[in-house]
Design a protein around this ligand. Structure first.
Ligand code: MLT
Length: 325
């Protein structure tokens, strides 16, 4: 009887103390790893969402830009972090899908090594060029790139990034192999495009709206089925004569595998609250992103998205005949 009482007490103690850590979570600042340079799309989206989530969670979310290898170095680090909810990562279509096919020795599997917290935003892809690029529309752009591929530079954010993968597809459709110039993110490569040091790039819309509207770069097309309200004058690739180039990216929050469910639930809830907030929505929509509805944003939907995107981009990369590292 006394043994049973003791066992009962031990069980009750375990029930009240173990989940207590998760119940009290968070009790200190949370690090959100952004696997690209400051000022780029992943960074901008993470800061918008992180600010609101900090308020909901009552703890600061500290953004840490960790660079290298198209976002895969930081993703490996996030996979190896303690699964306690204090280290998270913003992954995207590149780091958490395309990189599987681009790096045969990738140190993580986005399908199994992370806990999905939720989808943040869809980010359509634009075909962009420096402002004095000698083409007035997408057809002329394609013709010019084909005729001048040897002297053109295509900027991107490293093998594994969205900009690398989507322009890999575009270049393969155009049948060209220009010189590609890697940056630590499309924040810095956008600066090079504005400065005219590189010729063209495929980038997520959130990085480009102010520059396109300000006329410091050219946008030839958006690679989605519909035009985007933030850039209504930019035609779709279908309208502009290159329907084969269809590409859209996404950004999402992940935690290391094994993070307690109670912690993940709090993070998913905080992300959902941020995505429902009018001011957050306005900032994301003004930058052209697509905000997922409740049915598309939770962990189950994100897990399914990652799996299907690994397959989809795996096929695209294989067909494009990419040289892998
Ligand atoms: C960035 O934040 O710099 C981008 O997401 C990079 C990319 O994947 O193209």
């Amino acid at each position: 009887m006394r043994l049973l009482t003791r066992l009962g007490l031990a069980a009750a103690f375990a029930l009240t103390t173990l989940p207590a850590a998760a119940q009290d979570y968070p009790t200190k600042p949370i690090t959100l790893i952004v696997p690209f340079a400051a000022g780029g799309p992943t960074d901008v989206i993470s800061r918008i969402i992180g600010e609101h989530m900090s308020r909901t969670l009552g703890q600061q979310i500290v953004i840490e830009n960790a660079l290298g290898a198209g976002g895969t170095t930081a993703s490996t680090r996030a996979k190896r972090a303690a699964p306690d909810g204090y280290t998270l990562i913003t992954g995207h279509m590149g780091t958490h899908a395309a990189s599987v096919a681009l790096y045969p020795k990738l140190q993580y599997d986005p399908r199994t090594d992370f806990e999905p917290i939720g989808l943040i935003a869809g980010t359509p892809i634009l075909v962009l060029a420096k402002k004095d690029f000698p083409a007035k529309d997408l057809k002329e752009f394609v013709a010019y790139v084909k005729a001048n591929e040897a002297k053109l530079n295509n900027a991107h954010a490293g093998v594994g990034s969205v900009s690398f993968t989507t322009c890999l597809l575009l270049n393969s459709i155009m049948g060209v192999k220009p010189t590609t110039i890697p940056f630590q993110g499309t924040g810095p490569s956008m600066n090079a495009l504005v400065g005219g040091q590189v010729d063209y790039m495929c980038d997520q819309i959130v990085n480009a709206v102010p520059q396109v509207l300000g006329g410091t770069i050219k946008a030839y097309a958006i690679a989605t089925a519909e035009r985007n309200p933030s850039l209504p004058d930019v035609p779709t690739t279908k309208e502009a004569g290159l329907p084969a180039f269809e590409a859209s990216a996404w950004n999402a929050l992940f935690a290391p595998k094994g993070t307690p469910k109670a912690v993940l639930d709090k993070l998913t809830d905080a992300l959902g609250k941020a995505l429902d907030d009018e001011a957050v929505r306005k900032r994301l929509l003004d930058l052209g992103s697509d905000i997922p509805g409740p049915d598309r944003r939770g962990p189950a939907a994100l897990s399914a998205l990652v799996k299907s995107e690994v397959d989809k981009w795996g096929k695209v990369i294989k067909e494009a005949g990419a040289e892998v590292n």
